[in-house]
Design a protein around this ligand. Structure first.
Ligand SMILES: *Cc1c(COP(=O)(O)O)cnc(C)c1O
Length: 365
C-alpha cells in the first residue's frame, strides 16, 4: 500500500463525481450462463488528462465514448490496460484481488508508452467507489468473479506522430462465469516473436495483443490453442504461453522464466502462484528456461506438469506441446500441483482461507 487507504478514499470521494443509473440492467443478466466480456456492469469510471492533470473524474452509467476519427490511440497505439478480478467473501463483502500490483504495473506500462501516470485516488480509489456501487454485479457462483478492466488511451485529435498531450482513463467491469479449465495445446515455433529485449513485452500494451493475433490464428489453423512464445535470438528460451505466464513442474521444482530481459509481462497471478507453490513445499526457480530442458525432462519422465497463469484463466493446464519434431503429451487428469494451486488461490480470493499476505482489498471499508 502506498498511501493510507483512508486518505486515498477521501481524495477519491472529493474528486470523483458520481451519477447513479436510474435503470439498472442487473435483472437482464443470467448469472448462471455468463459469457466472458459481453455484459457490463451498470456503471463505469472515466477521467481526462488535460496535459497537466487528471480532471472530470466521474462514475456514470455505462455508455459509449465519443471519439474523433483522428484520435491518436487508434492510429499510433498509445493504449494500455489491466485485468483484475473482484470476488465476494462468504459474508457477501466485496473484495478486489491484489489491485495495488495492477496499479503499479499500469503505471509501468504508462511510462513505457510515454503516457502520464495515473494517481492512486483515481485507480485504487476509483475502483473502490465503482465496485462498491456495482457490488451486486459480482457473481458468487463457483469460479465466478467480476472482471475489472481499467484502461488508458491517447485522446489528442491529431494524426501527427508524437505522444498525445491528452488522455482518457476508464474502468469498465464485466461479470465472468466459471472458467472451465479446458487443457490447452501449445505450439513452439521459431518464425514469430512476441517480445524482444528493449521492446514493450513487459508492458500491458494493446499492440502486444494486436501483434500476436496473426501468429495465433496460424497456430489455431493447425489445431493449437496458443503459441508458446520463445526468445527472438535463439528461439529457445520460454517467454509466455499466449497471454499467460508459464510454469513447468519438474520433479519437485517449479520453474518459470525470469523477468530480467523485459520480454515477459510480470503477472500478478504468476507472483501469487510462486508464493502458493512455495507454501506447498515446492522449490520455485525463476530463471531462463529452455525448451530443450523441457523436452529432456519429458523424455526422462520428470516433467510432471506445464501450465499457464493469468487473471482471466487462473491456471490453464497444458496437454500438448509441440516443438519441431518433439511432440510432448501430458495427462492433465493427473495434474496435482496445478489443481492444488487453483484450490488454494480460489480459497484465498473468496475469503475462505486466511489471507496471510494481505492480497484481498476490502471494498467500501
Ligand atoms: C495480463 C497478462 C499476463 C497475466 O498477468 P496477470 O496479472 O496474472 O493477469 C501474462 N502475460 C501477458 C502477455 C499478459 O498480458
Amino acid at each position: 500500500m502506498m498511501v493510507a487507504k483512508s486518505t486515498v478514499k477521501e481524495e477519491a470521494l472529493q474528486k470523483i463525481k458520481v451519477t447513479k443509473t436510474t435503470a439498472s440492467r442487473l435483472s437482464e443478466v443470467d448469472f448462471d450462463n455468463l459469457v466472458f466480456g459481453k455484459k457490463y456492469a451498470d456503471h463505469m469510471l472515466v477521467a481526462d488528462f488535460d496535459g497537466k492533470e487528471w480532471k472530470n473524474a466521474q462514475i456514470l452509467p455505462f455508455q459509449n465514448l465519443s471519439v474523433s476519427p483522428s484520435n491518436a490511440a487508434w492510429h499510433y497505439g498509445q493504449a494500455i490496460f489491466e485485468g483484475i478480478k473482484a470476488y465476494k467473501d462468504p459474508q457477501g463483502n466485496p473484495m478486489i484481488f491484489r489491485p495495488y500490483d495492477n496499479y503499479k504495473r499500469f503505471n509501468i506500462s504508462a511510462e513505457r508508452m510515454g503516457m502520464p501516470e495515473v494517481p492512486e485516488w483515481l485507480f485504487i480509489g476509483g475502483l473502490d467507489l465503482l465496485i462498491d456501487l456495482d457490488r451486486n454485479w459480482i457473481p458468487t457462483g463457483d469460479g465466478c468473479s467480476l472482471y475489472l478492466r481499467p484502461f488508458m488511451i491517447a485522446a489528442d485529435e491529431f494524426i501527427g506522430v508524437r505522444p498525445s498531450d491528452t488522455y482518457k482513463f476508464a474502468i469498465i467491469n464485466s461479470p465472468s462465469g466459471p472458467y472451465f479449465n479446458k487443457p490447452i495445446k501449445l505450439l513452439v515455433q521459431d518464425k514469430y516473436v512476441r517480445a524482444f529485449p528493449g521492446g514493450v513485452g513487459y508492458a500491458k500494451a494493446a499492440g502486444n495483443y494486436g501483434g500476436a493475433m496473426y501468429p495465433t490464428m496460424q497456430a489455431r489453423k493447425q489445431g493449437y490453442d496458443q503459441i508458446l512464445w520463445v526468445d527472438g535470438y535463439e528461439h529457445k528460451y520460454l517467454q509466455e504461453c499466449g497471454t499467460m505466464n508459464v510454469f513447468a513442474i519438474i520433479g519437485n521444482t517449479a520453474v518459470t522464466p525470469d523477468l530480467t530481459q523485459g520480454t515477459i509481462l510480470e503477472g500478478v497471478t504468476r507472483a501469487s502462484v510462486m508464493d502458493v507453490l512455495s507454501d506447498m513445499g515446492l522449490t520455485v526457480e525463476e530463471r531462463p528456461v529452455s525448451i530443450d530442458e523441457i523436452v529432456t525432462a519429458y523424455k526422462k519422465g520428470s516433467l510432471r506438469e506445464v501450465f499457464g497463469t493469468g487473471t482471466a484463466a487462473s491456471v490453464a493446464y497444458v496437454e500438448q506441446l509441440d516443438y519441431k519434431d518433439e511432440h510432448l503429451r501430458l495427462d492433465t487428469a493427473k495434474y496435482e500441483v496445478g489443481a492444488e494451486v487453483i484450490r488454494r488461490l480460489d480459497a484465498i480470493r473468496t475469503g475462505r482461507a486466511a489471507d496471510t499476505r494481505h492480497w484481498n482489498y476490502r471494498v467500501g471499508e
